[in-house]
Write a protein that binds this ligand. Structure first.
Ligand code: GLC
Length: 532
């Protein structure tokens, strides 16, 4: 149960805005900060507690803004600092908190530090902010080790030295245009404390920390030697993920954020195989919260959902941290498509059911823009419009993440669906989104938007929802039933058969992901909320 003096982030519903694709105020086909500001009333109507903005800082956009060239300004494509200030003022007036994205693992290659590093010689203080190393082999023309970029290919790039000769290599765990910082360097540590203060002083309510498990590297930089599969889930002992030294960085950050009033929050992006290791980032003197990707990865069946829920609650409660739940973000396939593949109707049923399940669980939840409209992954983008470095660096072997980043449909019956005043959108929108615009769905009581709005409204006024505990109730195979106190039960049918509500559960229907559900019978792939 949520107590009134508990910090807001223990139970908040936080909506991720991906600025390029949210709303375009100036008509250039790319979303911007004034666009976000103009849509705040929409988010208020939806009923979210906070927004998290993906990066909007000056950036050459080699990784859609996760390549930051200046941590203290706004990318001109997206607006100005004054636009940001106006947006956050409006958001706060509407009671919406604002979390910004901090990208500490790497900068852009256009950051002033990296330019200085390229201009300076090996061994210089300018190079010591990054991870420059000599190559292997007689001429140093082999990379320093066998580490691989998350986006495909090797993780080292060789530079040309001032005399025009090939020289040292620098580490980039992501794109070549995202050089990794050296987090053993006190200057790097001091700089990020100052960046935190810059945004805290501007009134932000918290930070989402990009690749939070990546900052510290094993100083020996040993070869991987095939010991770790490249599946994105970092395993124990990995030399560049989840190194113990990273925790000191967050202890330092926590001291900074704790100086500020108003329950500011950190949420870490920590992709690790082990829940226990994720929980270590959530010790009382480190981060407040972290994304829970195990739930996102769980298949649509009762068993795997339940085990991921149990495991997440068990490990987080051990360190006193609330669990966060998330089904979609800008890096993964939208959950309608993840659960239903080509079958949009099936995917939509399951996605709606999954959302009601998620919003009934103890803790806080993250929504990704457009999921409230039931948007699908756009799978048929042509190669010439794709922009994700994952697509480009794997030569198209991996489609990458553009399919979940297509600009939102706001209104009207044809592209650009009210995205902006101009005719363009930076990625093309599918024609069938005409029935999925915000305008159409807000006017339709049976839409996915209306389901989200009703669920969020219920969360706000029902003391059983949000932070707290959960008690499982007996249910048949393929079903989940649990109780929240006081007087709330959630029942999920993950099977393709209609099923009765488990014996002994009696209550009044509050909300259902399928309009034909009742307080006693669940259609396939359906979740219901009952007050008891
Ligand atoms: C995180 C971001 C992703 C980005 C990567 C590199 O995983 O969520 O979008 O590409 O970090 O910054």
């Amino acid at each position: 149960m949520t107590t009134t003096d508990a910090p807001w982030w223990r139970s908040a519903v936080i909506y991720q805005v991906y600025p390029r694709s949210f709303a375009d105020a100036d008509g250039n086909g790319i979303g911007d900060v004034p666009g976000i500001r103009a849509k705040l009333p929409y988010l208020h109507r939806l009923g979210v507690d906070a927004v998290w903005l993906s990066p909007f800082y000056p950036s050459p956009q080699a990784d859609a803004g996760y390549d930051v060239a200046d941590y203290r300004d706004v990318e001109p494509l997206f607006g100005t600092l004054a636009d940001f200030d106006a947006m956050i003022t409006d958001a706060h007036e509407l009671g919406i908190r604002v979390i910004v994205d901090l990208v500490p693992n790497h900068t852009s290659d256009e950051h002033v530090w990296f330019r200085a590093a390229l201009a300076a010689p090996p061994g210089s203080p300018e190079r010591a902010r990054y991870l420059f190393r000599d190559g292997r082999g007689p001429d140093g023309n082999e990379p320093p080790n066998d580490w691989q970029s998350v986006f495909g290919g090797g993780a080292w790039e060789r530079v040309i030295e001032a005399e025009g000769q090939p020289g040292q290599w620098y580490l980039h765990l992501f794109d070549t245009r995202q050089p990794d910082l050296d987090w053993t360097n006190p200057e790097v540590i001091g700089e990020f404390h100052s960046v935190l203060r810059f945004w805290l002083d501007r009134g932000v309510d918290g930070f989402r920390i990009d690749v939070a498990h990546g900052l510290a590297k094993d100083p020996e930089m040993p070869d991987l030697d095939g010991r770790f599969p490249a599946d994105g889930q970092a395993k124990l002992g990995h030399p560049h993920w989840d190194q113990d030294a990273v925790h000191d960085v967050y202890r330092g950050w926590r001291r900074v954020i704790d100086e500020y009033p108003g329950d500011r929050v950190f949420v870490g992006e920590v992709w690790l195989e082990s829940n226990e290791r994720v929980a270590e980032y959530l010790r009382p003197d480190e981060l407040h919260t972290a994304f829970n990707f195990h739930f996102l990865r769980a298949d649509w069946n009762a068993e795997s959902l339940r085990s991921s829920i149990d495991e997440s609650i068990r490990t987080n409660h051990h360190v006193g941290a609330p669990v966060t739940w998330v089904l979609s973000n800008h890096d993964v396939i939208r959950h309608v498509t993840r659960y239903g593949g080509d079958d949009v109707a099936l995917g939509t049923r399951r996605a709606r059911a999954a959302t009601l399940l998620m919003l009934a669980l103890p803790g806080s939840a993250y929504l990704y823009q457009g999921e409230e409209l039931g948007l699908t992954e756009v799978l048929d983008l042509s190669a010439d419009v794709r922009q994700d470095p994952v697509f480009l660096r794997t030569g198209g072997k991996e489609l990458g993440r553009d399919g979940c980043r297509v600009p939102l449909p706001w209104s009207g019956s044809a592209p650009p669906f009210g995205f902006g005043p101009g005719p363009d959108t930076w990625l093309p929108q599918p024609l069938f989104w005409a029935s999925l615009t915000a305008e159409a769905e807000e006017a339709d009581a049976g839409s996915t938007w209306s389901l989200y709005r009703a669920a969020l409204a219920e969360r706000r006024q029902n003391a059983a929802l949000g932070d707290g505990t959960l008690e499982w109730l007996d249910a048949a195979a393929g079903m989940l039933a649990f109780q929240r106190e006081p007087g709330f039960v959630c029942v999920v049918n993950t099977t393709s058969e209609t099923a009765p509500v488990p014996a002994g559960i009696v209550g009044e229907l509050v909300l259902a992901s399928d309009p034909t559900a009742t307080a006693t019978v669940l259609p396939p792939d359906t979740t219901i909320w009952l007050t008891t």
